[in-house]
Design a protein around this ligand. Structure first.
Ligand SMILES: [Zn+2]
Length: 281
């Protein structure tokens, strides 16, 4: 699932390379990823792509300051910029924006589920769009103080991933951030001490910023199908903790695994494996 660092580097690279190009045509092959009908996609024809922005894990592609295309990659989408047109056999294609210099901005989605979506809006409609309007403040680069922001009686691993609370963090980076802050994923947001809240905010900004800085070095257009994830804890259960060397543990949920270091984060306590305990009931 692309999270803030992956979406940020994609927006920067595509925006930097495609700004100023004009649109020859736009189409949605196969099953329609387009979730809006007015304005129609054909209104993009002849427009200039002005910039590619990001809000949380979503892209905002702006044309002529008048139209904005909102793109949500969901769990398996990629926004890519190719020098040539897609083969009609590329079954991953969901949306193609053909530029008049021969390049193509392409929304592709991997796997069997088709969930990535696009909305085309007029500039004045962007602020009221329901997904955007419901997002919390950006997790990076300068989120507000975490003691108020996360003041909820829910565990940190859930609160930090709640896009309505703070936007941009998902399953991978939440493990890294909580490990960097040396906080238990099960500690409730409302139980954070002021120094813990500050530590968590600092760890959030630092870990996401480090990932973006690395991506600036290693990612190039067209944007790879699979971005490298510089993760040290997530999905590393069984391996040594990068800080203390003790074994990283995991809690398995139905469609999600959460990893942590008992020594660094939970005072040595092992968290119950929800999957096993449910089977044993
Ligand atoms: Zn550790």
């Amino acid at each position: 699932m692309p999270e803030l660092p992956e979406v940020e580097i994609t927006a920067r690279l595509i925006g930097g390379a495609a700004a100023g190009a004009s649109v020859e045509s736009a189409l949605t092959p196969g099953i329609n990823a387009l979730k809006s009908y007015d304005p129609p996609l054909s209104e993009l024809t002849g427009r200039t792509l002005e910039r590619v922005g990001r809000r949380g894990k979503l892209f905002l592609v702006e044309f002529d300051g008048e139209l904005t295309m909102l793109v949500h990659l969901m769990s398996a989408g990629r926004l890519q910029l190719f020098d040539t047109r897609a083969s009609l056999r590329d079954r991953a294609s969901r949306l193609l924006v053909r530029l008049d210099d021969g390049r193509e901005l392409r929304l592709r989605e991997f796997g069997t589920r088709q969930r990535a979506w696009v909305k085309l809006m007029r500039a004045g409609e962007v602020d009221d769009e329901e997904t955007l309007a419901a997002l919390g403040p950006e997790a990076w680069p300068d989120p507000p103080a975490f003691d108020e922001l996360l003041d909820q009686p829910r565990p940190l691993y859930a609160v930090l991933r709640d896009q309505h609370v703070v936007a941009g963090i998902g399953r991978s980076w939440v493990d890294e951030i909580l490990h960097a802050a040396m906080l238990s994923p099960f500690k409730r947001g409302s139980d954070l001490e002021p120094d813990e809240a500050e530590r968590l905010r600092e760890a959030t900004v630092r870990r996401l910023g480090e990932a973006i800085a690395l991506y600036e070095q290693v990612i190039a257009l067209p944007i790879p199908d699979k971005l490298p994830m510089p993760l040290t804890v997530h999905r590393r259960n069984g391996e040594p903790c990068p800080r203390c060397g003790d074994q990283l543990e995991a809690v398995f949920y139905e469609d999600y695994v959460m990893c942590y270091c008992p020594t660094c984060q939970t005072e040595g306590k092992l968290m119950k494996d929800r999957r096993l305990s449910r089977l044993l009931k």
